[in-house]
Write a protein that binds this ligand. Structure first.
Ligand code: PGA
Length: 254
């Protein structure tokens, strides 16, 4: 069975002291995961080593960065490479979050390069996609998301593609308190899986974890994760509280 994943995305929140307290809270609330379950904690770059030190003792817990450079190394002041991220204890990296696409103008070509850098350095990309409200209102969300996926990750060979985790995050539901209904999430996830199946076959599509993101909370996680094609969530706001995030972890399918 494919992996069911609760992924935290701390975004740009908290000092080192806050990070220490939150990781400590997570460790305190830890409940052993089932064989098919995983937790991924995506922290700001400066906290990667701390997070991997605190959480590495827990089975099926992984650390992620929230971004990495599309370049290998060199004169790119302020950038952080995939190799650096990996050497600090992370095994995953979020790529193509809508905030990166929107505020930092990361387009499909840049994201495709980042995905390749991540894979080359042994990191599992969590590749994000999702439409704005006006696209959904016009009923064009499927076409839009398919184009993001085709432009960002469909030039990979099947072996490389099967390393990926996908996160569908409708932009209108991120940080807004507005969640897609469980049915809307299921519909899009099934469409994404179908799109993957057409390119890579049903085995690869069936094994790819597709996470839902956008105002996932302790209160709604069980219903959303309960849908057949929803394999857990990428969680922003609610991952900043250890008890809320633990409840979300507890909502993963077995
Ligand atoms: P949210 O963020 O849970 O705060 O809506 C999700 C995300 O952007 O990854």
């Amino acid at each position: 069975m494919r992996k069911q994943i609760a992924a935290a995305n701390w975004k740009m929140n908290g000092t080192l002291q806050d990070a220490r307290a939150l990781l400590g809270g997570m460790a305190e609330k830890y409940v052993e995961l089932k064989e098919n379950q995983e937790v991924i904690v995506s922290v700001p770059f400066p906290y990667l080593m701390l997070a991997s030190e605190v959480l590495s003792m827990f089975h099926h817990y992984h650390i992620a960065a929230q971004n990495c450079s599309q370049h290998e190394s060199g004169a790119y002041t302020g950038e952080v490479s995939a190799a650096m991220v990996a050497s600090c204890g992370a095994s995953h990296v979020i790529i193509g979050h809508s905030e990166r696409r929107e505020y930092f103008k990361e387009d499909n070509d840049v994201l495709a390069s980042k995905v390749k850098q991540a894979l080359k350095n042994g990191l599992t990309p969590i590749f994000c996609c999702g439409e704005e409200l006006k696209i959904r209102e016009k009923g064009n969300q499927n076409e839009f998301v398919a184009n993001q996926i085709k432009g960002g990750i469909f030039d990979l060979e099947a072996d490389a593609f099967s390393e990926l985790i996908i996160a569908y995050e409708p932009i209108w539901a991120i940080g807004t308190g507005k969640t897609a209904t469980a049915e809307q999430a299921q519909e899009m996830h099934a469409f994404i899986r179908q799109t993957i199946a057409e390119k890579y076959g049903i085995d690869v599509a069936g094994q790819t974890s597709i996470l839902y993101g956008g105002s996932v909370k302790a209160e709604n996680a069980k219903e959303i994760f309960g849908k057949q094609d929803v394999d857990g969530g990428l969680v922003g706001g609610a991952s900043l509280k250890a008890d809320a995030f633990q409840e979300i972890i507890n909502s993963l399918k077995v």
